[in-house]
Design a protein around this ligand. Sequence first.
Ligand code: NA7
Length: 532
Amino acid sequence: MIGKDSKYDVVIVGAGVSGLFMFHKLRNMGLSVLVIEKSDELGGTWNWNRYPGARCDIPSLEYSYQFDEDLQQEWNWSEKYSAGPEILEYLNHVADRFDLKKDINFEEEVVEAKFNEANSQWSIKTSKQEYQTKFCIFATGCLSVPNKPEIEGLESFEGELLHTATWPRDEVDFTGKNVAIIGTGSSSIQTIPEIAKDVNNLYVFQRTPNYSIPSNNGPMDTETEAKVKERYAEFRKENYLNGFGIASDSGEALISESDLEEVNSQLEENWKKSGLGFFGGYGDIPVDVDANEVAANFVRNKIKETVNDPETAKKLCPEYHIGGKRLCVDTGYFETFNRDNVHLIDLHATPIEKVHSNAIEADETYEIDTLILATGFDAMTGALTSLDILGRNEINLRDQWKEGAKSYLGLGVRNFPNLFTITGPGSPSVLSNMMPSIEQHVNWIADCIGWMLENDKSVIESTKIAEDEWMKLVNEIADMTIFTSTKSWYNGSNIEDKAKAFLPFIGVPVYTEKLEEITADDYQGFIFDKSN
Ligand code: NA7
C-alpha cells in the first residue's frame, strides 16, 4: 500500500481509454506514475455504461489504439460496431499486455487537487489518502458525470431506479415488467430495442426527438479487416484528415451544387452504410442550413416510412438541424415503435407532472415497476468541476469556469500549472473519433513533459491571452456551422445553471495543424517557469 504523502512525478486521474495509454507512455519514459480510479474496474465509459445494447457508434476498426502495431494487428473485433462488453474486454487485454493493472489504485476517488505555490507540487487528496505530485493529469473523460434530472417525487419512487450511465453489473431482469425510460438520446436509442423485447410495457418519455442512422451492424467482414490491417497506419492517418476524424466516403461534393435526384440516391447509399458518416456525407450538411434541411428531410422521411402509426412517426421526427444534437446510430430503434408493448409519450405536449411511488404522471398516470433515467451527462466539464481543483491563489476551477469553460487547446488551463486535461474543452474530443484524439493528446502531453525535463523546465502554464484567443476561435468556427443552433450538451444547455458556451473544437485537421504549429514554435501560448 502506498502511504500518505507519497511522492510521484505524475498522478493520472482515471483508468479509462485515456488514462491507460497515458500511464503506459509515461511509465516507459522512466517516470514514477500513479493512476487513481474511482471504480473497482478499468474502462471508464465502457465500465460505467453497461446498459443492454451499449455499443460504440464508431466502427471497431477505427475505435482502437494505434500506438502499438502488434496490438492492432493481433486484436480481432467480432462485429463492425463493437458492443460495450467487447470493448471492455479489449481494454483489459491492453492493460494485461502492457502490465498496467498492478499500478492502478482502484476504488479510490480524488476529492481535491491543490497546487502548492511554494514548491510547485500538487497535493492530491483522495477518499483514502494524500499524494504529492509534480504533474497532475485528468483523464476523466467527456461524458462521465451523469445528469440526474430534478423531477418532482423522483425520490419517492419505490420501484427499481436505474441510470444508463451507472448501470448495475448484474443483469437486470425486465421480464414481464412495466418499464419507463426518460430521455431519447444515444443511450436510450441503443437500449430501447433491447429492453422492449422483454418487458410487458415500455413507456418512452421523449422531450426532444433525435435523428438516428441505422448502423447496419453485423459480423466483421474479414476481407475488409485484412485490407485495413495491410495498411493500418495509413488508414488511421487518412481518417484523421477528415473533419470529424473518422473514415468518410464523401469527397468535396456539396448538396447546394448537386442535382437533387442524385443527392437523394447518394443519401440513400450513405443511409445504408455510413452511420455517423452520414452527417459528413456532403461537405455542406454541417454548415449550410438549406443543405442540412435536405439531409434532415431525408431522415424524417425514413422515420415516416419505418413507423407504422403516423402520429407516432410525427412525434419521432426532429425539427432542428440534423447534427445540432449529437447524431445517433441505432439497431432497429424506429422499428421498435411498431411493437404493441412500446408507447411514446411526448413531453412537449404534456410534461411529467410527478413521479409517484409506483407510477409516472404525465398526460396520464403510468404504473411502472422500473424507471430508467437515460438523461445524459454534465458533459465535457462535469468531471473537472465536480471535485475541488485548486490552482494558483487557491482559485477553484469550478469558479474560474463559472461563466464558461476556457482552456488552451483543451490541454491546459491558466492558473493551473502542470495540470493537463486529455480531450478537454476546446479540443475536437466529442466531435471526433475519441480514440485517435485521445492518443493525440496523450502523445502531446508525454512529449511536452519530456521536453520540459530535457530543457530543465519545471512548471508549464497557459496564458490568459492564449486561452482567450483559442476559445474565441472555437466559437468563431462553431458559429459558421449549424452546431450552435440547437440546445445540446455541446453547449451546456442540458444542465440547468451551467454557462452556455460551445465547447468542442470543430475540425480535426485544423486543430491538428494548429497544435503542431504551436508546439513547433516552442509551445507558444504556454509559459515555462514564469520566465519567458
Ligand atoms: P443525451 O444525448 O444527453 O440524451 C439525454 C436525453 O435525456 C435527451 O433526450 C434529453 O432531452 C433527455 N432529458 C434530460 N433531462 C430530461 C428531463 N428532465 N426530462 C425529460 N427528458 C430529459 O445523453 P445520452 O446518454 O443518451 O448520450 C450521450 C452520449 O453518449 C451520446 O451522444 C454518445 O456520444 C454517447 P433533451 O434533448 O435535453 O430535450
